[in-house]
Write a protein that binds this ligand. Structure first.
Ligand code: SAM
Length: 482
């Protein structure tokens, strides 16, 4: 039997089934151990330092005890601390992005995904470079600055050269005052050499969802195709890091397996990255399985309700305090509202999950990857965020200033976020308000910008930010950043 070793590069050793089983048993035994639960909660709480806050985070065992705990007042405490952590490191900013589907050709047999090879009722489509350009113009016209590109796995139709061409095209389009300043990539596990090419193409985060950490289930859920190889998939982030990508994004597709198992695996994966590469995941996504063509989520036995989903989100926030957390439009406005208070730092908005969807007047459904619950426009999402006290941020500065990997983490820990990310958020929000917002959003937005400028601690930084925002209003000068 494999031995647990977070520093190992072998999947079965760093995501070790024996250790997960023991963790779940330990969590079950201690789920009513109030003294231990209080200690864990205290450990998770942010501590004030001279320059900002620090947070200890939690081990997978500690975090699993919290997840198992069903005592209502302790759950309330978890939510409270999750919000404290969120505010300490990410403030009230929420980063905005959109997915861009490039191709739904796929040779895998993932039983939960409509793009699986045997699905003959969806048309297969792959964007030409001209079509990529048109989609990017449509996204820029909405106001987007940050994309996550998505594609099925198909070495013939979507080879790495195709993905690289698309990235080049995306960065080359500058329509009116628009540009895409950060392209994150969500494509299948690949080789170190290909990760190096992605890094050279200037990608932001490399995102790959584990889907499930449970090996036996993984093998059954991915019966055919290259994705069947659990070890290759699970070890992908180490290859990405070896290829020079230091911002990686993890995720589990909740609903496929038992959530407590997945949660322990996810936190162990984060611990592994920290132990081996000295930097944890840049982001963690929390997608839930949704209805799609040929896919009925009720056929899967492990669906989680909104309450459990909220608890998972809060427990991730407590365990890995410096990691960004992403929620997509798979979730409704109501669910997103709740999770924004529990640690989410990035949301997608105005998304279309079909290949070529942004250039269609009506939302197309034929090539959609999953049903979008939150169908509001980007403008509606931006306005709603502000009305709920969040600053929508279109900022992409960190990665363009070389603040990736551990350099981003140290910015987070240094307490300089209010002098850096906060003004960047306000300047990019002002760009949005000036170039794309409806009258109502503009009004709500500039009120917020005015109020939030006052919170920048350093006077010099505040003055520069104010001046830049004036320039945005009075000229076509854009892309200011600290
Ligand atoms: N093909 C790539 C791969 O295998 O990782 C990546 C992209 S895939 C387009 C993006 C993600 O969508 C998958 O990793 C999966 O978690 C999620 N997904 C697939 N089917 C889904 C469904 N029915 N509901 C919600 N999310 C789904």
């Amino acid at each position: 039997m494999a031995k647990y070793d977070p520093k190992s590069l072998k999947a079965e050793e760093f995501i070790n089934d024996g250790e997960i089983q023991e963790t779940l048993a330990y969590a079950e035994q201690n789920k009513n151990n109030v003294e231990l639960i209080d200690q864990i909660l205290e450990k998770a709480r942010p501590q004030k330092t001279e320059t900002g806050y620090v947070c200890a985070g939690l081990t997978h065992r500690e975090a699993s005890v919290l997840l198992a705990c069903e005592i209502p007042e302790k759950i309330e405490k978890m939510y409270e601390i999750a919000e404290e952590i969120k505010l300490a490191f990410y403030g009230n900013r929420i980063v905005i992005f959109a997915p861009l589907y490039l191709s739904n050709y796929c040779v895998n047999g993932c039983v939960y995904c409509p793009y699986h090879m045997k699905n003959k009722h969806i048309p297969r489509k792959k964007l030409t470079q001209e079509e990529v350009k048109a989609e990017v113009i449509a996204l820029q016209d909405m106001g987007h600055k940050r994309l996550a590109i998505e594609a099925g796995e198909d070495p013939k139709n979507n080879p790495i050269e195709y993905i690289l061409d698309c990235i080049k095209t995306i960065y080359s389009v500058h329509h009116k005052n628009g540009d895409i300043r950060r392209v994150n990539v969500n494509i299948a596990a690949t080789t170190v050499e290909n990760y190096r090419k992605l890094k050279e193409a200037g990608i932001g985060t490399y995102i790959l969802f584990q889907e499930t950490y449970h090996k036996q289930s993984y093998l059954e859920l991915h019966p055919t195709g290259p994705k069947h190889d659990y070890d290759y998939h699970t070890e992908a982030m180490d290859r990405a890091m070896e290829g020079g990508i230091d911002d990686v994004g993890l995720g589990v597709l909740f609903g496929l397996e038992m959530y407590k198992y997945e949660f322990a695996g996810l936190i162990m994966h984060a611990e592994h990255l920290e132990a081996v590469h000295g930097v944890g995941p840049h982001t963690i996504s929390v997608p839930r399985l949704k209805r799609a063509d040929d896919i009925d989520p009720d056929e899967f036995d492990n669906g989680i309700d909104d309450e459990i989903f909220a608890k998972i989100t809060a427990c991730i926030r407590l365990a890995v305090p410096y990691t960004g957390m992403i929620i997509s439009t798979r979730e409704s406005e109501e669910v997103r509202s709740k999770l924004l208070r529990l640690g989410i730092s990035q949301v997608s908005g105005g998304s279309r999950t079909s290949v070529g969807g942004y250039t269609e007047a009506e939302r197309p459904h034929d090539t959609e990857q999953f049903d979008v619950s939150d169908q509001r426009t980007l403008d509606e999402v931006v306005c709603w965020l502000m009305e709920n006290g969040h600053i929508p941020s279109f900022c992409t500065a960190c990665y363009r200033e070389g603040r990736t990997g551990d350099r981003f983490m140290s910015l987070c820990k240094s307490g300089q976020i209010l002098n850096c990310c906060h003004p960047n958020a306000l300047m990019t929000l002002s760009e949005y308000l000036e170039d794309y917002a409806s009258d109502k959003t503009k009004e709500v937005g500039y009120k917020m910008v005015e109020e939030e400028l006052k919170r920048i601690p350093k006077e010099k930084v505040r003055e520069i930010a104010e001046q830049n925002i004036q320039d945005i209003k009075n000229s076509n000068r854009r892309d200011f950043r600290f």
